[in-house]
Design a binder for this molecule. Structure first.
Ligand SMILES: [Fe+2]
Length: 296
């Protein structure tokens, strides 16, 4: 497998970590676990179908209040989906606690999603096409540098792997694309918020991350030759990464669950390894505070 992926054997979601997995994670590695138990009951196997989705949704998600969104199913199936996604949520949080116990009190837990669609069949705009290699950035939800930490599990019942492209270091990507980034405009950011296009005022950090995301996806030559590794996550595999730091694209696969957590940069073991700090350094020291409106 790729040198960008750290393969770990684990029999339980809760364990005492001897290795410095946090350093690997913060340095941009994908941690890939094999051997973690996650059994689907016969009833749950029947949930593996795109038919559980309502017309407008690509994912079923379970929010912080335990409410299920995106499904069009009867109450019995709704309860089964809630149980399945909720069980993964609990185990994903256990795993994060095993990898990085120091993060636990400061993690902000976002919704958990179940993605039943075949990646190859998705038709969407270049900007929304996650098959193209990119770093995660949200157009409508500025995060001011807060990290995006994600846990994934492939629950495909037919032996189909989930295939990712994993790209080069964030610094290398930023060196390539940052010179092409449009300058930040504070008045435009305010206008976007007034028009409710963004949920709050987009910071310079958010602007730059979105520029990287968009410039990467729209650069055909880069997409064709992004110095990336092809990585297959077999059914049962669980993988964890900072998706705002690790360039990635999802080439193929079907039936995956994903837990997103957020962490403020100051709660990292090494805040200097965050995109906020890296972009700040690249833009010059005095720029750091402006980038994201936060110091690290
Ligand atoms: Fe992504």
């Amino acid at each position: 497998m790729s040198s960008r992926v750290l393969e770990i054997e684990a029999k339980q979601w809760q364990f005492e970590s001897k290795a410095d997995y946090v350093n690997a994670l913060e340095s941009g590695k994908v941690l890939s676990f094999s051997g973690l138990p996650f059994e689907l009951s016969p009833d749950e196997k029947r949930l593996l179908s795109p038919r559980v989705l309502n017309e407008k949704s690509r994912n079923v998600s379970l929010n912080e209040k335990g409410e299920l969104k995106g499904a069009n199913v009867d109450p019995v199936v709704q309860a089964q989906l809630t149980e399945l996604i909720g069980r993964f949520k609990g185990q994903a949080l256990d795993l994060l606690n095993s990898i990085a116990p120091g993060y636990t009190p400061n993690l902000r837990v976002a919704p958990t999603s179940f993605r039943p669609l075949k990646v190859e069949d998705r038709k969407q705009s270049i900007r929304a096409d996650d098959r193209r290699i990119h770093v995660d950035a949200f157009p409508s939800r500025p995060n001011y540098g807060e990290r995006i930490l994600r846990v994934f599990i492939n629950i495909n019942p037919e032996g189909t792997p989930r295939v990712w492209r994993v790209g080069e270091r964030f610094e290398t990507v930023a060196e390539r694309f940052l010179p092409r980034a449009k300058p930040y405009s504070a008045w435009q950011a305010k206008l976007l918020a007034q028009l409710r296009i963004t949920k709050s005022v987009r910071s310079e950090y958010d602007h730059l991350m979105l520029q990287l995301h968009d410039l990467m996806k729209h650069d055909e030559a880069y997409q064709a030759k992004a110095n990336d590794d092809l990585v297959e996550f077999a059914p049962g595999a669980v993988w964890v990464c900072y998706s705002d730091l690790v360039p990635h694209g999802v080439l193929s696969g079907q039936y995956m669950m994903e837990q997103t957590c957020h962490l403020q940069v100051k709660h990292q073991n090494n805040p200097e390894k965050s995109p906020l700090a890296i972009l700040g350094r690249m833009r010059g020291e005095e720029h750091l505070e402006v980038v994201g409106g936060l110091t690290v």
